[in-house]
Structures are given as structure tokens and as C-alpha cells.
Write a protein of this length. Structure first.
Lengths: 115, 114
């Protein structure tokens, strides 16, 4: 069965510090994609970063990077130089090729950035 | 490019009524997925449409239905509303862009059932 696990319900980080949000996944499909989304209190889901299972290098998008460890089935999100506006829920998600465009989401991690 | 739009943004209905939500995907995207988000259950997949056909369906009762039109716009319908249907309903538009698969969400429709 396909599953996403995020073991940190809530996290705190000091402004300007880096923070790592954990995500592990489970799938037997060799072809899959991993995503991170940010959901502020307004409710909108904002796409942050994508990693394909065959990508050789870790994905980066500005202050966001994805630490992809395929053998360990982990896809942690690293946010560098945290800003107050980074306070939000963060969801790790997975799309497997055999499930068309169905995306499985983890339970989320609530990040609070402290001034 | 323009983002995913959802209407209405907020809705209040009473038990037993029915509701229709609308979603317009990003231009060029042919797939539209619907999700229900509640504090207790998190994000749950409802169904996915591609080229006017439902390709994938989550574990929801038949009161939840949807359709997609030839212009890729999608509607979701919930009949005989129950209190537990109160949730944020998110629509996601997906497709391929320059060799990468992408999925973007709309702002959501917040449904309250009283």
C-alpha cells in the first residue's frame, strides 16, 4: 500500500535559521514523484518542490531543497533562512505512475517561525 | 499562466440540500482532481477526471459525484448534505510542462453545513 508519513506534527524554528521537515514514503512502484506543498492559514495549497524517483540530483527551488534518500525512502524538505511568512502547514505528497493523477498526502507538519 | 480558479469560495448550506462546486484548471491541463480536507481526516482524495472521463475515485459515498466538460472545467456535486460534509474542498489541476508533471491547487471552497 502507498503511504506517506510525517512524524512531526509541529515544529518551531528561529527566524533566519534552517529547518528540516521529515517525510518518509512507502510504495512498490519504481516510478513515482514526491512533492511538498505549503498551506498557510488562508487554506490555499502552494506547490513548493518536486522530486522524481529517477532524478539523480536533489531538487532545489530557492530557499527550499529536498533531501531525497531513495534507499531509505525519505524525502525531507529543508528550508534555509526561515522567514516569518514560512509559518504554515507543510504537506509531503506522492504520485505513483499507476495511480494516474491521484496524489497521496501525508498528515502534515505545522511549522511556526519565531522572531 | 493563470492559476486554478474555484467558485464559490465560501458556501453555507443546510442538511439535506445539495451543492455544486466549480473548478477551472490551468490552461493546457487536462486532469482535474478533487480533495476534501477536514481537521480530523486531513486531505482525502475524492476523484480525478481526465478528458471528461473519471479515471480514479476515492472512498466516498455515491452522494459525491463530479463531471468534466470539454474545456476541462470540472464540477463537483454533493447531494443530501450531512453535517460531516463541512470541509474545505480543493481542486487540483495537473499536466505535463516541459517534461515534468505538475499539479497546482485552487484556493478551495469552504463549505459549511448547518
Amino acid at each position: 500500500a502507498q503511504k506517506i508519513t510525517q512524524t512531526q506534527p509541529g515544529m518551531f524554528v528561529q527566524e533566519k535559521e534552517a529547518v528540516t521537515l521529515d517525510c518518509t514514503y512507502d510504495t512498490s512502484d519504481p516510478s513515482y514523484g514526491l512533492f511538498w506543498y505549503k498551506q498557510p492559514s488562508s487554506g490555499e495549497m502552494i506547490f513548493l518542490i518536486y522530486q522524481g524517483s529517477y532524478d539523480q540530483q536533489n531538487a532545489t527551488e530557492g530557499r527550499y531543497s529536498l533531501n531525497f534518500q531513495k534507499a531509505r525512502k525519505s524525502a525531507n524538505l529543508v528550508i534555509s533562512a526561515s522567514q516569518l511568512g514560512d509559518s504554515a502547514m507543510y504537506f509531503c505528497a506522492m504520485r505513483v505512475k499507476t495511480s494516474y493523477d491521484k496524489v497521496i498526502f501525508g498528515p502534515g507538519t505545522s511549522l511556526s517561525v519565531i522572531p | 499562466k493563470a492559476g486554478v480558479t474555484q467558485t464559490p469560495r465560501y458556501l453555507i448550506k443546510t442538511r439535506g440540500q445539495q451543492v455544486t462546486l466549480s473548478c477551472s484548471p490551468i490552461s493546457g491541463h487536462r486532469s482535474v482532481s478533487w480533495y476534501q480536507q477536514t481537521p480530523g481526516q486531513g486531505l482525502q482524495f475524492l476523484f480525478e477526471y481526465f478528458s471528461e472521463t473519471q479515471r480514479n475515485k476515492g472512498n466516498f459515498p455515491g452522494r459525491f459525484s463530479g463531471r468534466q466538460f470539454s474545456n476541462s472545467r470540472s464540477e463537483m456535486n454533493v447531494s443530501t448534505l450531512e453535517l460531516g460534509d463541512s470541509a474545505l474542498y480543493l481542486c487540483a489541476s495537473s499536466g505535463w510542462d516541459r517534461g515534468s508533471w505538475e499539479q497546482y491547487f485552487g484556493p478551495g471552497t469552504r463549505l459549511t453545513v448547518t
